[in-house]
Every structure is written in structure tokens, then in C-alpha cells.
Write a protein that binds this ligand. Structure first.
Ligand SMILES: NC(=O)c1ccc[n+]([C@@H]2O[C@H](COP(=O)([O-])OP(=O)(O)OC[C@H]3O[C@@H](n4cnc5c(N)ncnc54)[C@H](OP(=O)(O)O)[C@@H]3O)[C@@H](O)[C@H]2O)c1
Length: 236
């Protein structure tokens, strides 16, 4: 059916937006895919879109005990894991003085702790398969700071550093690690500001295509960091 026949994947935040597009692309290429999100109703809707080769888990990746419970189920159902896409993320646009500790924790715990909780449990499952691929969905906000972006920037700058160290940790286990840094993508992703006219933006499927392109590279090759941006953003 596709180049991912027989492979098994987990996509966090796979119930909407970029994660749903990635899950769908992996399934189209033959993989069996588990997705997670916090909203069970949204998960049910996505499951009906994704079809029989999708599994859903209600899991908040910011909660390590929920991640552990999900990985127990993944291990039981899959027996191992070939691909992990750490995609779940939340945005925030607020100046530091206006950011509450709770908002700060939510952004950091979701965008940075979540990928750590998932990756540490994915590694032994990938070793069982003789290797694997971890792809972290970061952002251009992981290298370009913006006013009001302190929490989000910190989470994505941190995710980039985490991804690079993780890559060095696991490369000799034949586990590849890449991080993708998209610019603006047309989704429901909220930064706490009203969305503007957006036909110039990247689409979720563009990020999914990039994920497939990484997975298609020969096993010996690793594109560890990918920046992608809309070609024609509004001129400044
Ligand atoms: N959209 C952009 O312009 C853009 C640009 C660059 C990078 N990104 C990154 O791309 C990723 C996906 O963004 P998106 O635009 O697709 O956002 P989205 O449309 O808001 O979707 C976010 C997904 O993540 C899930 N999620 C959020 N918090 C979660 C948590 N704590 N635990 C588990 N699942 C959680 C959501 O489901 P629930 O709400 O039900 O949990 C949903 O499935 C994020 O990491 C974001 O930072 C987005």
C-alpha cells in the first residue's frame, strides 16, 4: 500500500490541525497510527475520519502519569513503536508581566515536558524494533523571538535543544531524531490573538508532506532540523 506498510506510529495532538494531517498521511502510506488529545469528543470525530488503522487515546501530554498510561496501552497493542511525532502544543501571546504562572506552566509542560515524557518511553519500544524515528514539531518561534512570545518562545527554543541532545543520545540505537520548524500554518491554533486573513499561510498537509519526506530518507541519512515557511507572507 505504501512505504510505511507494517509500521506503527504515535502522533500526539493528532486529533486536529497539523497532527491530524500527519496521522492521515502516515495511514495513507500504510502505517497503523495511535493519536492522542485531551478532548474525547474531538478524538471520536478524528477516529471516524482516519478509519480502521487509527487508535485514539485521551491523554494530556503535560501529565507524565497520563503519558505513562498511554504508553502502557501502546506497548500492549503494538508491542513496539517505529515512529513518534511529538506534535501536541499550545500557544500563548502575552507579555511576561501579564502571564500567570499557571499559563507559563501549561505552555512549558505541554510543548517541552510532553515531548520529553513521550520520547523517554518511546525509546525502549523503538529499540525493540531495532530503530525508529522521533519527529518533533517545533516552530520558527524556536529561533525567532517575538514580543508576547516569552512562554511559547521558551518552550520551542527548549524543544530545539532537547531534540538536538536527544538525537546525540539515541543515534547509535538507529533512532533518528528531527525537528520541524514551520512558520504560520492555517489551523485553529490559538495564540490568544484574533486570526487575520490567511490564504498565504502554510497548510497542515504541507507539514505532513515534510514529515513523510523525512521518513522517506534512506536510513543512513538524517536531516536533523527543517525550517519551513510560507513563500508569500504579507510584505512588511
Ligand atoms: N499553527 C501554526 O501556525 C503553527 C506554526 C508552527 C508550529 N506549530 C506547532 O504545531 C503543533 C500543532 O499545532 P496546530 O496548529 O495543529 O494546533 P491545533 O490545531 O490547536 O491542534 C493542537 C492539537 O494538539 C492537541 N493538544 C493540545 N494540548 C495537548 C495536550 N496537553 N495533550 C495532548 N494533546 C494536546 C489538541 O487536542 P486537544 O485540544 O483536544 O488536547 C490538538 O489535537 C504545535 O506544537 C504548534 O506549536 C503550529
Amino acid at each position: 500500500m505504501g512505504f510505511l506498510d507494517g509500521k506503527q506510529a504515535l502522533v500526539t495532538g493528532g486529533s486536529r490541525g497539523i497532527g491530524l494531517a500527519i496521522a492521515s498521511a502516515l495511514i495513507e502510506e500504510g502505517a497503523e497510527v495511535a493519536i492522542c488529545g485531551r478532548d474525547p469528543e474531538q478524538l471520536r470525530r478524528s477516529a471516524s475520519v482516519l478509519g480502521a488503522r487509527a487508535l485514539t487515546f485521551a491523554c494530556d501530554v503535560a501529565r507524565d502519569e497520563q503519558v505513562a498510561a498511554m504508553f502502557d496501552q501502546v506497548a500492549r497493542r503494538f508491542g513496539g513503536l517505529d515512529i513518534l511525532v511529538n506534535n501536541a502544543g499550545v500557544g500563548l501571546s502575552a507579555g511576561v508581566a501579564d502571564t500567570t504562572p499557571e499559563q507559563w506552566r501549561t505552555v512549558i509542560e505541554t510543548n517541552l515536558c510532553g515531548p520529553f515524557y513521550c520520547s523517554r518511553l518511546a525509546i525502549p519500544l523503538m529499540k525493540k524494533r531495532g530503530g525508529g524515528y522521533i519527529i518533533n514539531i517545533s516552530s520558527l518561534a524556536g529561533k525567532n523571538a517575538f514580543a508576547g512570545g516569552a512562554a511559547y518562545n521558551a518552550s520551542k527554543f527548549g524543544l530545539n535543544g532537547f531534540s538536538e541532545a536527544l538525537m546525540l543520545d539515541v543515534r547509535y540505537d538507529k533512532i533518528r531524531v528531527s525537528y520541524v520548524m514551520p512558520g504560520s500554518v492555517e489551523t485553529e491554533f490559538g495564540m490568544g490573538v484574533k486570526a487575520s486573513a490567511s490564504d498565504w499561510k502554510l497548510q497542515s498537509v504541507d507539514v505532513a508532506e515534510q514529515v513523510l519526506a523525512l521518513l522517506r530518507l534512506p536510513q543512513r541519512a538524517l536531516a536533523s532540523r527543517v525550517e519551513m515557511r510560507p513563500l508569500l507572507p504579507p510584505r512588511k
